[in-house]
Each structure stands twice: as C-alpha cells, then as structure tokens.
Design a protein around this ligand. Sequence first.
Ligand SMILES: [Zn+2]
Length: 98
Amino acid sequence: MRIPRCFLIGDNVWTVKFVRKFNWDGVKDSDLMGLCDPEKQEILIKSGLKPIERLETLVHELFHAIECEYDIKIEHKLIYKIEGLVTKLLVDNFLGKV
Ligand SMILES: [Zn+2]
C-alpha cells in the first residue's frame, strides 16, 4: 500500500517523510518507528519497515497529529491499544492486502 505523502488534518497539511534515523533527544533510535513533529507538521516514519508496521506506525502518528490539530489529549496507552485495531479496520475495509 502506498502511504500518502501528505494528509489534510483539520485545516493544516501534514507531510509524511521516511527517514533512516531520528534525531530525538533521550530516545534510543532503535526503539522508534515513527515521530510526530507538531512544529513542522510532519510525520516521520522509519524507512525499511514491513508494510503492516509502516501502516500501523502511520496510524499511531496520525493520532498524535489529531491531538495537536484538535487540541485534545489521547492517553498514549490508549493509542497503543487502538492503533492495531484501526490498522486492521483499514486493511479489512479499504486496502485489502498491504
Ligand atoms: Zn506515540
């Protein structure tokens, strides 16, 4: 599945970029699969992930982008809990095989 390079979220366009490494203080690079940068309105996804991991990471970061755009707080634990469910829903209903 091709990941769109930008999303309209609220009134803003967010860009999706694939990166080999993250520059993020205090987080081990190997632990990270994605990042959401509210200042640049960018979603960064580690390159080289399996397609299903890539989609799940995108869904996770989109929740963070939604938090920023709509000024709401979603517990991180909840995002982890539902990211897989939303990914499955997308695959089963819209995307077919990823
Ligand atoms: Zn997160």
